[in-house]
Design a protein around this ligand. Structure first.
Ligand code: PLP
Length: 357
């Protein structure tokens, strides 16, 4: 069975080597040696000044919204994984959707200003499929209206824009190290921020608000990652070059062999060094999409409808129309993309798709 993705497993001996260190230390959580080492290695790998590794990629969004959202209106994208808008509602803020760009699939920056009210406190936008939002335009808007910007960069591990890590943009950026993501710790994630005061707030917020064992800076939650998860990260990280080369191989194959006159593929923003994280294709209409998925299922291939439905249509938000996002969501699917995806399987996938077009 071929799924949209397949978790990368490092050689088990390499994971065991990391586990030996944990047994030797007799230390399982609360920022042990492996978590600290993982943070150092990720800072280096990503060329960022600051990182806080967390237990998943959702808690970081919630912590950022708790600190910067103030229970207000959050301008956000309807085209993302459900965690993005769920976090807003969970933090008692109100999502205000702004439609997406039809080719980049990120929030349409030209429509943001019209959605700002005196209740707006922040923008939460997703670098969807690792494709950067128009960060300069968004920066100009948040400056003009004195708002905060949080980027859900769950898909953007290793992406750089204008030669800088995409995680360096925004007041806060978040990432996910879930098993289905490009780099993973099984479950895990990260917070990035440039402002030292905000870094401090993020830090204590992810550890129950502690200021030492007996005092508290403020409200907090448990966003800590364990040594067991950090061990997986330390075992996966040395393989990033292989992971990226393998993913590029698959992406190049699709680019060269899919009939791209009949399907639309992702337009990567200019000046982006992309990470080959997903391979979305848009069909002419939903009927064609469903027909193609059916045919792929028959040869045991299971792509995923990332992302469906458009998030303005989940049951716990106020109904609004988002024509571009709804249209895109109705006819987009992500094709299998992972390390070791066999060339013969790729040929079968591509010929099945091309034959339905
Ligand atoms: C995966 C994902 C998340 C959530 O990350 P978890 O680590 O699963 O909590 C958030 N936003 C987006 C866009 C994602 O794809």
């Amino acid at each position: 069975m071929i799924n949209v993705t397949k978790t990368f497993f490092p050689p088990i001996e390499e994971y065991q080597e990391q586990l030996q260190r944990i047994w030797k230390n007799q230390w399982l959580t609360n920022r042990g040696e492996l978590v600290l080492e993982l943070e150092e290695k990720l800072k280096n790998y990503l060329s960022v000044d600051h990182i806080l590794v967390t237990n998943n990629g959702t808690i970081p969004i919630q912590i950022a919204l708790k600190l910067l959202g103030n229970g207000g209106e959050i301008i956000t994208t309807p085209f993302s994984y459900v965690a993005t808008s769920a976090a807003i509602v969970w933090e008692n803020c109100t999502p205000v959707f702004v439609d997406i760009h039809p080719e980049y699939l990120t929030i349409d920056e030209t429509k943001i200003e019209a959605a700002i009210t005196d209740k707006t406190t922040a923008i939460l936008a997703t670098h969807v499929f690792g494709n950067p939002c128009h960060v300069e335009a968004i920066e100009a808007i948040v400056k003009k209206y004195n708002l905060k910007v949080i980027y859900d960069a769950a898909h953007a591990f290793g992406v750089s824009y204008n030669g800088t890590s995409i995680f360096e943009y925004g007041d806060v950026s978040t990432c996910s190290f879930h098993a289905t993501k490009l780099f993973h710790t099984g479950e895990g994630g990260a917070l990035f921020a440039k402002d030292p005061k905000l870094q401090h707030q993020l830090f204590y917020s992810h550890n129950f608000g502690h200021d030492g064992p007996l005092a508290f800076h403020g409200l907090g939650i448990n966003g800590k990652i364990s040594e067991l998860h950090a061990a997986m990260g330390l075992a996966v990280l040395p393989h990033m070059e292989t992971i990226l080369a393998e993913r590029k191989r698959v992406v190049d194959f699709y680019n060269q062999n899919l009939d791209v006159t009949k399907v639309q593929t992702l337009k990567i923003r200019e000046n982006t060094q992309w990470n080959y994280s997903y391979y979305p294709v848009l069909f002419e209409n939903e009927q064609k999409l469903l027909e193609t998925i059916e045919k792929l299922n028959q040869i045991n291939v299971f792509p995923r409808r990332y992302f469906y439905p458009s998030l303005n249509q989940v049951p716990y938000v106020d109904k609004v129309d988002m024509p571009v996002s709804e249209d895109v969501a109705s006819r987009i699917v992500c094709l299998p993309l992972y390390v070791g995806l066999d060339e013969n399987d790729l040929k079968r996938i591509v010929s099945t798709i091309n034959s339905t077009l």
